[in-house]
Design a protein around this ligand. Sequence first.
Ligand code: GEK
Length: 243
Amino acid sequence: MNSQLDNIYASAADTVDDFKFDQRVAGVFNDMIRRSVPGYGQIIQTIGDFANDFVTPNSNIYDLGSSLGAATLSIRRNIDGRNCQIIAVDNSESMISRCQENLSAFKSDTQVNLVCADIRDVEINNASLVILNFTLQFLPPEDRDTLINKIYDGLKSGGALVISEKLRFEDGKIQDLLDKHHLDFKRANGYSELEISQKRSALENVMRPDPLSVHQSRLNQCGFSHFSVWFQCFNFCSMVAIK
Ligand code: GEK
């Protein structure tokens, strides 16, 4: 996947604006997410493996907050011949246009319907697999239950929802410990202290992570029969819930 090096926060700014998924971010996003989110490559790879497990013939797959299409591409590689459609949704026009280029670079008999829209406005139906890969954390907290309920209603019995998120910890000691190791991960990937602190300020009002207990009780309340965290590295995790 094409990407320039992320140096968006490398020089000191007088004021740091709220983070936006604009053209500048879309241009460096592949580099940014791989250097910022521990386990991202593993999660993308496993989403493809889960597609092989859960996607049933003639069903729909939803990639909500699809960015440059990494999860969509991983899914598509695993489900050819099942007569399915992937609906990839993002409300950033810059992400959608770069995603279109990425999808066009590979051949497949699975149709991808790329939609520039708010995931809160999209209908979910006949779904065997729904992906929220680091997207739910950007939705206003008061809208999260409604979205997960809508996904549950649109999933077929036996279908799965994969949610990957940054976690917040109610235990302050654990929060500090895992946060420290995440910052070390970013330093090891070449981000400076200035980049780390300016990005942190930019995300402060935009990304509001939930504790794991909130995710679990939300999924239980919606009626999901099975739930597990299947991946965790520091304060990042990926969960699977099955209807
Ligand atoms: C990946 N899943 O590479 N409606 C639609 N899109 C939204 C909304 C919304 N309400 N809010 C945010 N987005 C991807 C990575 S990035 C995660 C997902 C990150 C979109 C936003 O435009 C961005 O592209 C994506 O969700 C979040 O597997 O940057 O940490």
